[in-house]
Design a protein around this ligand. Structure first.
Ligand code: C2E
Ligand code: MG
Ligand code: MG
Length: 589
């Protein structure tokens, strides 16, 4: 036999399992095989137990079996190979098997039989079988590759959206009556900044790490997918109840408390998470994904690094939202906005020193719409840029008109949303508004939220310093609802803390709220900042705040936000603003 002719790819590297009672026969055969192929590895077994163990523990390309052995036969060996479920070619190599038995064995599935010693025939048979095996393996590999491309995300290796939906459907179908699942929609906060600053290669590596952490947070009955650039969804059937859903969210958030390490750098990433429950919030995966995504938007709106459970709100369905978005775009073009102004009272000066500009949307059909109903949508759609621009110019122009009408020195506060603070060139717009309206910079105060302070402190400080250099004042609005710590606040060039109105509720009775208000006022004094209480509605609150040393008060107790004419009227008749009997005489400016 010309062994050289058989040095083929198919045989080289072959692993052969020999079922043979004679060591000498095995050596003889493997010697022949090794002449034909550079590398052949083999093992000899001669009992059913040894064969079973070899099949279970290792991978084999071929089984060559003797027919009749003292403790074994080729029939038993073939049965054993079949039972292990691996499709391994089986060749009988025997000097004792007669043709009838050999054909019977082949009828059962044995691939071939060769008379012992006939290496000339054995080698082409092996070659043929190995070729078939190689072809089958290549086909399986190609199918696996196709399956991966079609079902998995190339970057993270997670199931792609379509496969996730299929798998999720299957998992949900397995949920028995009374059980359920939690779906999370997760967005990495401010991920685009990482891509923009460090490049997409770093962004990609981080996305991979994020995927890994999410996968480790999900249970065995859960599945994770990447929905978009930095959006993920996760379904977990082990989180059936709301407390279990919350525990899942906490586990995920906890997985992000550790820094992500890459090329010697540390990155701290946070998530905005929307959660909803199957079957309560949707009976199919498409509905659940939409609802969880909407909840995620709410979480983002509430200041990122946050989570929100879906709450069914018929006003906030997708069709309604789309309609609202179109109407808002029209409103921007048609200038359907008006500003109302709410005065605030300086306690020590005992007079109205400032007003806050509060935008309203004068909808042609729906009437006056409050900012809470459309500013978040304006933020999401980017329309806040144009709306905010208009508010700033209008507030400055109106205040300048009041100065000209005799209220000189009246200050105006303008709210700036977190999105607006980041997206627009605020410093330039403010400079332009002041120049064009002729308003003195110290009469303009910009109200930012704690969210702005929490995100990217360095950029925030740079922007605030530029505003301060211009002479503009800065307040932190809704203070107490975010996460700012004392040490944190010190870093920012700000002038005023505006205590959130939620703390006014029962602050004269409720120990908790009273303690918070007291602390914020003391904190402001410590940091040499002015304190304002907003949402002041009762005489009791006024007395409490004055006793605590709050600098300024704003709220319905004095006045609701008013249109410009009514505000002028009000300020001019402002003699009776503080509680009667205290001898205070509040006047304008
Ligand atoms: P904010 O800046 O905290 O404004 C105070 C809100 O409290 C105003 O609601 C005001 O009408 C309300 N308020 C005032 N006094 C009282 C009171 O005694 N009791 C109660 N319960 N509420 C009181 P409004 O006008 O609906 O504005 C809501 C929020 O919308 C504002 O909260 C602000 O965050 C935002 N916003 C308003 N105008 C603008 C704007 O031009 N740009 C941006 N970005 N946001 C704005
Ligand atoms: Mg405000
Ligand atoms: Mg506020």
């Amino acid at each position: 036999m010309q062994a050289e002719a058989l040095r083929t790819r198919e045989i080289n590297g072959m692993r052969v399992l020999l079922v043979e009672d004679s060591e000498d026969e095995a050596l003889l055969l493997t010697h022949e095989l090794k002449r034909a192929a550079a590398e052949v590895s083999w093992k000899r077994v001669d009992t059913p137990e040894a064969l079973r163990a070899a099949l279970n523990e290792e991978e084999w390309d071929l089984v060559i079996s003797d027919h009749a052995m003292p403790r074994f036969s080729s029939e038993e060996a073939f049965e054993e190979v079949r039972r292990c479920g691996k499709d391994i070619p089986f060749i009988i190599y025997s000097g004792t098997i007669n043709e009838t038995a050999a054909f019977a064995a082949m009828a059962k599935g044995v691939h071939d039989f060769v008379e012992k010693g006939n290496v000339r025939r054995l080698l082409p048979v092996i070659q043929r079988e190995m070729k078939t095996v190689a072809q089958a393996r290549a086909r399986v590999r190609a199918e696996n590759r196709l399956h991966r491309v079609a079902h998995y995300d190339q970057l993270t290796g997670l199931p792609n959206r379509q496969y996730f939906c299929e798998q999720a459907g299957r998992l949900m179908a397995e949920c028995t009556a009374g059980s359920g699942a939690t779906l999370l929609f997760l967005d990495v906060d401010r991920f685009m900044r990482i891509n923009n600053t460090f490049g997409y290669a770093v962004g990609d590596q981080l996305v991979r790490q994020v995927a890994g952490r999410l996968q480790s947070a999900v249970s065995q009955r859960g599945i994770v997918t990447r929905m978009g650039l930095d959006d993920f969804a996760l379904l977990d059937c082990s989180a059936a109840t709301e407390p279990e859903g919350r525990a899942l969210v906490e586990r995920v958030m906890h997985a992000f408390t550790q820094a992500f390490r890459l090329d010697g750098r540390e990155f701290f990433l946070t998530l905005s998470i929307g959660a909803c429950r199957f079957p309560q919030d949707g009976e199919d995966i498409a509905t659940l994904l939409v609802n969880a995504e909407n909840a995620m938007f709410l979480a983002k709106r509430n200041g990122r690094n946050n989570f929100q459970f879906y709450v069914h709100d018929p006003e906030n369905t997708s069709a309604e939202r789309l309609e609202m978005e179109t109407a808002l775009r029209h409103a921007v073009r048609r200038r359907e906005f008006v500003l109302h102004y709410q005065p605030s009272i300086d306690i020590s000066a005992q007079r109205i020193t400032a007003v806050e500009a509060l935008v309203r949307w004068h909808h042609p059909l729906r009437g006056m719409i409050a900012p809470d109903k459309f500013i978040p949508l304006a933020d999401e759609t980017g329309l806040i840029g144009e709306i905010g621009h208009w508010v700033l110019f209008e507030a400055c122009a109106q205040t300048r008109r009041w100065h000209d009408a005799g209220l000189s020195g009246l200050k105006v506060s303008v709210n700036v949303s977190a999105v607006q603070f980041r997206q627009c060139d605020l410093v330039q717009i403010v400079a332009e508004a002041l120049t064009r309206t002729g308003l003195a910079p110290w009469c303009l105060d910009l109200e930012i939220t704690e969210t702005v302070l929490m995100q990217d402190a360095d950029t925030t400080i740079a922007t605030l310093l530029a505003l301060k250099a211009m002479g503009v004042c800065v307040s932190v609005d809704d203070f107490g609802t975010g996460y700012s710590s004392l040490a944190y606040l010190k870093r920012f060039p700000i002038d005023t803390l505006k205590i959130d109105k939620s703390f006014m509720r029962d602050c004269t009775r409720d120990g908790n709220n009273a303690a918070i208000v007291r602390t914020v006022i003391a904190l402001a004094k410590n940091l040499d900042l002015e304190s304002i209480a907003e949402g002041v509605e009762t005489e009791e609150q006024v007395n409490f705040l004055r006793a605590e040393g709050c600098d300024r008060l704003q709220g319905y107790y004095f006045s609701k936000p008013l249109p410009p004419d009514a505000l002028l009227d009000f300020v001019q008749r402002a003699g009776r603003l503080l509680p009667a009997g205290r001898g205070d005489d509040i006047s304008a400016c």
